[in-house]
Write a protein that binds this ligand. Structure first.
Ligand SMILES: Nc1ncnc2c1ncn2[C@@H]1O[C@H](COP(=O)(O)OP(=O)(O)OP(=O)(O)O)[C@@H](O)[C@H]1O
Length: 727
């Protein structure tokens, strides 16, 4: 085993006297046999023949804390100082200086280097929301027709246009001889959906021709995810409730094609869908071409940059080719444009969008809103409070627990609080969802087991008490879930009703929920894993602080190279950010006031005094680690989550490899962040091995080089992340 083998003391706690039993149950894994033997002797209390390694005062303090928490076997180990290799950048002076305690939560972590906040958020500044409705304007004044105006006000409680709506609708509503293509570039949550739907509907209603679903499809709207397409479809359905003779239709993957064909045959005036399914129908459902032939006048590409980034470019080009092959029939619908008008929507104006502009837009008009001081669109709403937490890999899980605990303490019986936790892959979503929702089994599965309400006796978060329902519901959402489960989960999370009122709804999800999704009043977005690109970061944080509402976003970054990412996102945060100390501002408030109960037999012994927050945090983490040791299903979730996380980490875009690079990661510490104690290599091998075992195939040791293996893992992760947006 190589030098970076982490030698661990896996202790199983048992009845009776913890110390002697713990000693008997101590199992030393990893490392070199000599070290294992020496450590075993140490733990068994036999004096080593060799010169005993002296414990530094810090180690003595750590040992005392772990003993205080009732763990008599030593929580951490010592190992020989790793041979310094030339390119060994993953260890800092701290880890070598502390004679290498490697499995304790609070030691051997890399120190953060950012002490000065170069982009400090001014907490006293009076900030007006930059994506709020404009009080001095009205939809009527900018050209929206009845019955839409009263429908917006009475049924959707939308009375005043936002900036981008004012600009687009006034430009788009009036029939002009030259209907330009349009590129709508505005902040997240600024109302881009209505900005393109309202003028199209107004132009249709304004025609002096009576239309109905048989009149044909006037607008084709394409979105990168099923959830976003479904959301646009529901907004279009709400709007057409004011004019029932107009009908929208939804074409997305995961739904039955047969029922979609039937709906198309009946006729619809708006087709909303995902690229793959739309192209499939264009190529195989004859009726859709007839539908589009003489009536199509608008093609809208929502979240245009994502459509380019996920390799949809080819599909989009094929769709446009088919549409452009059908000549526009100008003999009817004179009130509509005489050509197909292309509209591109995005909060981020990046290369991908420009590329799409070349593919889809010709001499387009760019309409921006939310300009900041130097007239650039600040993609992030001004009222969004961005927080940054530098937290070591080992401390990820317990720090997230501290954040969620802080949120769950803010109880307002009249309000429903919503939090979204973004992770990079579906396996990691499954693991974190299970780690937080199914502790000691006290939960009630609500929708296809991707929604779990915690019940009395669930004490996963330190502020929970044994004698009342925690008032928290956990959700998970990712592209690998069956479509009905995805729909049911999102529906449950979005609903404001008696059941969710006064509760804290916390959703673990992948980037499938980062784009365009308009979920009501999300108060906090936590980016536990860094985004794959700056645009993704902006869209993730854009799930909160929408339409003038307040909101906060918390970004986890590892100390070290990842700190450099701040310079990269600084231009997107002209209002600055707040650096949050994970220990003093997150863990201490969460773990200081009550002792964390252990989830093993030991817990029957009440502790006399309140232990320190770091000891309680250690106990909390050991509880999760013990579940991994004792529950094979949970261990499998943790192992798959870790392996997929490492694969996904390897796929950061090349411009960001200087911050997010696998060679800077301490994989042993990262494994601890997934409550795993076995060394990462072992895990990767083991998960592959267990997979082969399950398929009865003996896996030949691969001669694949480390570099090729990493590239292979990265390719797998990219494939998986694209499948997230399976369309
Ligand atoms: N004029 C308005 N007044 C009040 N609320 C509005 C208005 N326009 C839109 N909204 C609401 O604002 C929220 C965000 O709208 P929408 O999803 O269209 O934003 P967006 O710009 O598309 O965001 P993203 O960039 O994330 O896709 C929705 O809940 C919508 O109902």
């Amino acid at each position: 085993m190589s030098d970076d083998d982490v030698m661990l003391v896996n202790f199983a706690t048992d009845e009776g006297d913890a110390s002697s039993n713990a000693r008997q149950n101590v199992k030393v894994v990893g490392g070199k046999w000599k070290d294992r033997r020496r450590l075993k002797m140490m733990v068994d209390g036999e004096p080593s023949k060799r010169k005993r390694l002296e414990n530094t005062p810090e180690i003595e303090r750590e040992i005392k804390k772990v003993k205080e928490a009732g763990f008599s076997s030593q929580e951490f180990t010592r190992r020989p100082v790793p041979k310094k290799t030339s390119n060994d950048t993953s260890r800092t002076a701290a880890s070598t200086a502390n004679s290498n305690i490697v499995s304790s939560l609070f030691t051997s972590n890399r120190e953060m280097t950012t002490s000065v906040n170069t982009n400090k958020h001014d907490e006293n500044a009076q900030i007006n929301p930059s994506n709020a409705p404009l009080l001095e304007d009205s939809f009527e004044a900018i050209g929206v027709k009845e019955p839409l105006v009263s429908h917006l006000a009475e049924k959707m409680r939308i009375k005043k246009p936002t900036n981008i709506q004012k600009q687009v609708i006034s430009q788009f509503c009036s029939a002009t001889e030259k209907d330009n293509d349009l590129f709508i570039n505005a902040q997240t949550g600024s109302g881009k959906t209505l900005a393109f739907l309202l003028p199209i509907l107004s132009r249709i209603l304004d025609m002096n021709v009576r239309v109905d679903r048989k009149s044909g499809c006037f607008a084709l709207i394409i979105a990168p995810t099923r959830e976003l397409a479904s959301q646009i479809y529901s907004v279009a359905s709400m709007l057409t409730n004011s004019c029932h003779y107009l009908v929208p239709c939804l074409l997305i993957g995961g739904e039955r094609k047969k029922s979609e064909k039937a709906r198309l045959r009946k006729g619809c005036n708006f087709i909303i869908g995902t690229p793959g399914r739309i192209l499939d129908h264009l190529q195989n459902t004859k009726v859709i071409k007839e539908q589009l032939g003489h009536s199509l006048r608008y093609v809208v590409l929502d979240e245009g940059d994502k459509l380019m980034e996920l390799g949809f470019e080819e599909t989009i080009t094929e769709i446009l080719q088919i549409l452009h092959d059908v000549p526009v029939d100008n003999s009817s619908f004179h009130g509509l444009p005489s050509r197909i008008v292309h509209v591109l929507c995005s909060a981020t104006l990046q290369g991908g969008v420009k590329k799409l502009g070349n593919v889809a837009l010709t001499n387009y008009k760019l309409i921006k809103s939310g300009k900041n001081a130097d007239n650039a669109v600040s993609e992030v709403p001004d009222q969004l409070l961005q927080k940054i937490v530098f937290v070591s890999p080992k401390l990820r899980l317990v720090t997230l627990a501290g954040i969620l605990d802080g949120i769950s303490k803010k109880s307002n019986p009249e309000e429903t609080s919503r939090t979204i936790v973004f992770l990079t892959c579906s396996d990691s979503v499954d693991f974190h969802y299970d780690a937080f929702s199914s502790s000691n089994g006290n939960y009630r599965a609500l929708a296809g087991d991707s929604v779990r309400q915690l019940t009395k006796g669930n004490t996963i978060l330190p502020s929970f008490s044994d004698d009342e329902d925690p008032g928290v519901i956990f959700y998970k959402l990712h592209g690998s879930l069956p479509q009905p489960t995805r729909v049911a989960t999102l529906d449950h999370f979005s609903k404001n009703n008696e059941f969710t009122k006064g509760k804290h709804l916390i959703m673990f999800c992948t980037d499938v929920a980062s784009r365009g999704l308009d979920l009501p009043h999300v108060g906090t977005v936590v980016e536990m894993d860094p985004p794959f690109s700056t645009e993704d970061h902006l869209h993730r944080t854009g799930r909160t602080a929408r339409a003038g509402q307040k909101g906060e976003a918390i970004l986890f970054l590892f100390p070290g190279e990842e700190e450099g990412y701040l310079e990269r996102i600084k231009p997107s945060h002209p209002k600055g950010w707040k650096l949050v100390k994970y220990d003093e501002e997150i863990l201490k408030p969460a773990f200081d006031s009550t002792n964390v109960k252990r989830n093993d037999k030991e817990s029957e012994k009440p502790l006399e005094k309140t232990l320190g927050w770091d000891t309680n945090a250690t106990t909390w983490h050991l509880n999760i680690e013990r579940r991994v040791l004792e529950d094979p299903n949970f261990k499998s979730l943790a192992m798959k989550a870790f392996t997929s996380h490492v694969r996904a980490y390897a796929t950061h875009i090349s411009q960001e490899k200087q911050f997010f690079n696998i060679k800077f990661l301490h994989l042993g510490h990262l494994a601890k962040g997934f409550a795993l104690r076995e060394r990462p290599k072992g895990i990767a091998f083991q998960s592959a091995k267990s997979k082969d075992d399950s398929q009865g195939r003996a896996k030949k040791p691969s001669s694949e080089s480390g570099k090729n293996k990493m590239f292979r893992m990265a390719r797998m992760a990219v494939k998986e992340s694209v499948s997230e947006f399976n369309y």
